[in-house]
Design a protein around this ligand. Structure first.
Ligand SMILES: Cc1cc2nc3c(=O)[nH]c(=O)nc-3n(C[C@H](O)[C@H](O)[C@H](O)COP(=O)(O)OP(=O)(O)OC[C@H]3O[C@@H](n4cnc5c(N)ncnc54)[C@H](O)[C@@H]3O)c2cc1C
Length: 462
């Protein structure tokens, strides 16, 4: 193992980021070994057939296009044109995500995406995935990666050329870096948990609700969302406080769950036949924001994806951001190779330093945007004032194309740095707030005032 590995780039984790990064590196002829804790999901269906889906958007699609698997994924993805809001009064309100027809997001099966990327990675002879093998630490004096075979408990120590931790939000590589480099990371767990529930296909395999939308039941302090699956089902996610008077702690009998759903989500309760079984059998997931530094130790180890910067899921950007990490790392490699550096002569220290420097501010920004979007989704979207502001925002977008671009559009349908999207969106929200004072209808919008505010405040932010 030692001699085989010493020239290799070792990735820890063959999840979404690890498999994609594997393809990017293998295409450039780097010898790559990926160590994955779990068994091969293409053989062993760990999800037990359950369908968990993610919203894929432009940043993620761009990366999939670069490695040549976008077409395959798009064939199994369902476009979602906007939010379908189910109000507490039983009203349905549709809010489009984008102005252009192309501005849609895609519900995509996490498992299919991961499997496709693994298979794409393994097509390269210079890449190999070792499953059932967990990283338990790293020695930075030697670059030795400490591994344990899950089935036998056998301990291994390997010394690859360099290590990239793509091992998710509870990253073992991050812990090792933190210990060695005196790193400072925060893992802020949201006080909310989530539970996945299923709306099975309706008659004739049809979707029981509008197919091309992301459904939201905002209920101020909690919410339910649903994304469509190809087989006609929806995967719902119920976000609810972990503790307190109204929480997972107190929603603890079948009767209480049935009554709660019938009262607060009457239109959907009837569509989830296995509600109580799923509620009590499916685990309650937790959500964490990981922020901190460093992401690297010299040229010996780097963190990418959730391992470096896990975020809460409310902007649908965690995976998209992890994929964008891979795009950026690939671009930085291109830059070194354009100076004539071959795979053997890459300056990993320079690469990792450049990556962290370029990326940290952007991942901090999307982490903050994701938290802010939680409040927007569970509370504001159903409020008339919010809906008025959305209409004003659309008018400003029409009148100032390319200059006034809604926050959701900048984050989801553009590839501008997240930090720029956040800075511009803060200014734009201030402008909308000022323009909406005393406004009851979007037609009353004062475009002369908008002109002054926009040219004074927005022209200069990059
Ligand atoms: C409820 C929910 C909904 C979400 N919805 C969206 C969405 O709609 N859109 C979006 O863009 N993002 C979404 N996300 C975020 C997205 O899931 C993550 O950002 C994404 O999975 C990150 O990819 P990753 O490869 O960095 O980590 P992971 O996908 O977590 O992969 C890590 C891999 O490393 C392996 N591993 C872990 N530890 C070790 C170890 N010690 N040794 C070896 N292997 C190890 C794991 O088994 C796994 O295969 C959502 C997240 C949640 C929780």
């Amino acid at each position: 193992m030692e001699t085989e590995l010493k020239n290799k780039v070792a990735l820890v984790g063959a999840g979404l980021a690890g498999s994609l990064l594997g393809v990017y590196l293998a295409r450039k002829n780097f010898p790559v070994e990926i160590f994955e804790r779990r068994p091969d999901m293409r053989i062993n269906d760990a999800a037990g057939g359950r369908s968990i889906n993610l919203a894929l958007s432009v940043r993620g699609i761009h990366a999939l296009e670069e490695v040549g698997v976008a077409d395959k994924i798009m064939r199994i993805a369902i476009s979602m044109r906007g939010r379908m809001i189910h109000t507490a009064d039983g009203e349905l309100i549709f809010q489009r995500y984008g102005k252009e027809e192309s501005e849609v997001i895609y519900a995509t099966s996490r498992a299919e995406l991961n499997k496709t990327l693994m298979t794409a990675a393994e097509k390269f002879k210079n890449l190999h995935i070792t499953f059932d093998t967990r990283c338990v630490g790293m020695d930075f004096d030697t670059t030795a990666l400490k591994l344990v075979r899950e089935e036998t408990g056998e301990e291994l120590s390997v010394e690859p050329r360099t290590v990239i931790g793509t091992d998710g939000s509870a990253s073992a590589v991050r812990s090792a870096i933190a210990d060695f480099a005196n790193g400072s990371y925060t893992s802020d767990y949201l006080e909310y948990g989530y539970k996945e529930l299923t709306i099975p296909p309706g008659p004739n395999g049809r979707h029981a609700m509008e197919r091309n939308a992301l459904h939201i039941w905002p209920r101020t302090t909690y919410m339910l969302i649903a994304l469509p699956n190809l087989d006609g089902s929806f995967t719902c996610t119920f976000f609810y406080p972990n503790k307190g008077e109204e929480s997972f702690e107190t929603l603890n009998t079948e009767e209480k769950v049935k009554t709660f759903f019938a009262e607060h989500f009457p239109d959907v309760a009837a569509l989830i036949p296995e509600l109580t079984r799923e509620f009590f059998c499916n685990p309650t997931g937790s959500m964490v924001t990981v922020k901190g530094a460093p992401w690297r130790v010299e040229g010996k180890a780097l963190l990418v994806g959730d391992a470096a910067h896990a975020i809460v899921p409310f902007f649908g950007q965690g995976m998209n951001c992890a994929f964008e990490d891979c795009t950026i790392l690939n671009k930085l490699l291109d830059r070194q190779m354009s100076y004539g550096r071959t795979t053997e002569r890459i300056d990993w220290n320079e690469l990792f330093t450049d990556f962290e420097k370029q990326r940290k501010k952007d991942t901090d920004a999307i982490a903050d945007l994701a938290i802010e979007n939680f409040v927007e989704m569970r509370d504001f979207v159903a409020q008339p004032k919010f809906q008025l502001k959305k209409k004003v925002e659309r008018l400003l977008e029409d009148n100032y194309p390319g200059l006034f671009v809604p926050k959701y559009t900048m984050v989801t349908f553009r590839r501008m740095p997240y930090s720029v999207a956040r800075a511009r969106s803060i200014v734009q929200e201030g402008i909308i707030e000022q323009l909406c004072q005393n406004l009851t209808k979007p037609e009353q919008l004062d475009l002369r005032k908008a002109d002054v505010l926009i040219s004074r405040q927005l022209d200069y932010i990059e």
